[in-house]
Each structure stands twice: as C-alpha cells, then as structure tokens.
Ligand binder design. Structure first.
Ligand code: ARG
Length: 273
C-alpha cells in the first residue's frame, strides 16, 4: 500500500443467483446467454483484487430470486457511520432494499429511510466534501434534498441524459478527493458546465471507454480497478500517476454492471487506516 492509498471497507454480494431475467436498462437482454459460473469466477477475482490491495471486504448473503443483488453499490449510501437505505425504481429489485437495510442495521450503522426513489451509491458519489447525485433515470431529484439533510454535505445534482449511462457511477468515477473522470456526453449541458467548474482537471473519457463500462471503476486514491476493456481510460489514468488494475466482468456487464456496481463503500466516522 502506498502513502496515497486509503484502506477501504467494502461490502459485496456473491452473484450466486445472478441472471439476466428481465430488462430494466439497455444493457440487459434476457434472451442472450449468460455464463453464471464465469460470472462468479470474475466476481471472485474482483473480490481478491480488493483483498490484495489491503481493503477489507465484507459480504452480504445473496437472496434467491434477486439476480441483481450482486450490485451492492445500489444497496445504500454509507457515510460517517450513517446508512441511508434505498428505494428502487423497478419492482424487480424492490426486495433487495430490506435485505441491505437489515445488514446495515446489524452492522451498527445509524439508519435512515429514503422518502423517494434512491438507488444508493449507484447515483450518489462522495467527492471530498461534496456529494454528486445523479438523476434522470433512477434516483429521484427529490431525494437529493434528503441526502443533504441526512449527511450534511452539499449535494450537487447531476442530470443524466443517455439511457445506457443510467446510474451516475456508469458515467463518472471518483479518483480521489479532488479528481474525477467522466463521459461529458452522458450529462445535460448544465451538468457538464458544473463538472467543468468543479473539476477543471478532470479526465474526459471517450465513448469507447464508457461503452465497456470503463467509468464504473473503484479508486482508493492511487489504485484504480476498472474493466479490462477500457484501455484508453487506463492509459490516461496511468499518465496521471494512477496504478490501474483491469478486471474482466463480461458476464455482469450483460446486466449493465461493472466493478463499482459490485462494490459499496462503508464509511465510518473516520476512514479505516
Ligand atoms: N441490472 C442492474 C440495474 O439495472 C444493474 C445495476 C448496476 N449498478 C450500478 N451501480 N450502476 O439496476
């Protein structure tokens, strides 16, 4: 572990019951074959990568009949020991919310319940001392005010405009407390202007990177775990001094998910060092 990397506490869910049985985003085609065993092996490689980087990985038990539960980022938003539960847009994922809520409660987090549609860290990303909150497809704009009230960080609304990049974490990656990478085309003109203002040094990803879910990456401030297919983005990250680790999650991508979707950050009052 280098000086710049932050040790992270992460929550993941083994894709034991993973499948693409319904389509709630443009990546999902229930008629296309999915290799369920390969999905588990690829996910296992992601988990092992985090362990090798020195992160602490916690596991929540998968629930039969909830094929998207592997996407733990959608299970909640956890900051400073407070956990906000989620409310999914789609009925197919609704039962994941109480399962994740029960896990947070048992783990001792202070619980808050969402008043509006809120898909957790899929749409809500902490960058330094502010929250970027996506809306347009899943998380409701009305939930942004509640997030600000609960967590006490200023919330900046990000309007998503491309259905392929339906969660904020498919269009933007937090690299460290000051830096992000994003696909400009995934955002409304106003949100693009806000991103330029807040992050003048941001990395701009290409459509080719975004189309392999390259922005669905996990950074500890120094190492960036991202889809192996996002080669342009990986090169740009290395130019900036990040160490990149490519992971092949081809099977989970058939549900519209990548490394970040599989990973929920658990933030205590103070970062685990
Ligand atoms: N099939 C899931 C859905 O459409 C994928 C979720 C991906 N998660 C994420 N954080 N982007 O809800």
């Amino acid at each position: 572990m280098t000086m710049d990397a932050t040790r992270q506490r992460l929550l993941m869910c083994r894709p034991t019951y993973f499948a693409v049985d319904y389509a709630i985003n443009p990546w999902m085609d229930p008629t296309a074959p999915v290799d369920a065993d390969l999905a588990i092996r690829q996910w296992e490689q992601l988990r092992q990568t985090y362990v090798d980087l020195g992160h602490e990985v916690e596991l929540i038990d998968p629930v039969p009949g909830l094929p998207d539960m592997v996407f733990a980022a959608n299970g909640g938003t956890v900051i400073d020991g407070k956990a906000m539960a989620v409310q999914f847009r789609d009925p197919q994922r609704a039962d994941e919310a109480p399962a994740y809520r029960a896990w947070f409660e048992a783990a001792g987090f202070e619980m808050y319940d969402p008043k509006h549609i809120n898909e957790g860290e899929g749409d809500i990303l902490l960058v330094g001392d502010q929250l970027l909150a996506g809306t347009g497809f899943r998380t409701a704009h009305a939930s942004h005010a509640q997030l600000q009230e609960v967590f006490g960080y200023p919330v900046v609304t990000m309007q998503l405009v491309d259905p392929r990049f339906y969660h904020l974490d498919t269009a933007l990656t937090v690299l460290d407390e000051q830096t992000v990478a994003y696909l400009p085309e995934a955002f409304s003109p106003g949100s693009r202007a806000v991103l330029r203002r807040l992050f003048p040094d941001a990395i701009h990803a290409t459509m080719a990177d975004a189309e392999v879910l390259g922005l669905n990456a996990v950074s500890d401030g120094r190492h960036v775990v991202l889809p192996a297919q996002a080669t342009d983005l990986a090169a740009k990250l290395r130019d900036r001094g990040y160490h990149t680790i490519g992971i092949d999650l081809s099977e989970l991508r058939k549900a519209g998910g990548g490394p970040k979707c599989c990973t929920l950050r658990l933030r205590q009052g103070k970062a685990v060092k």
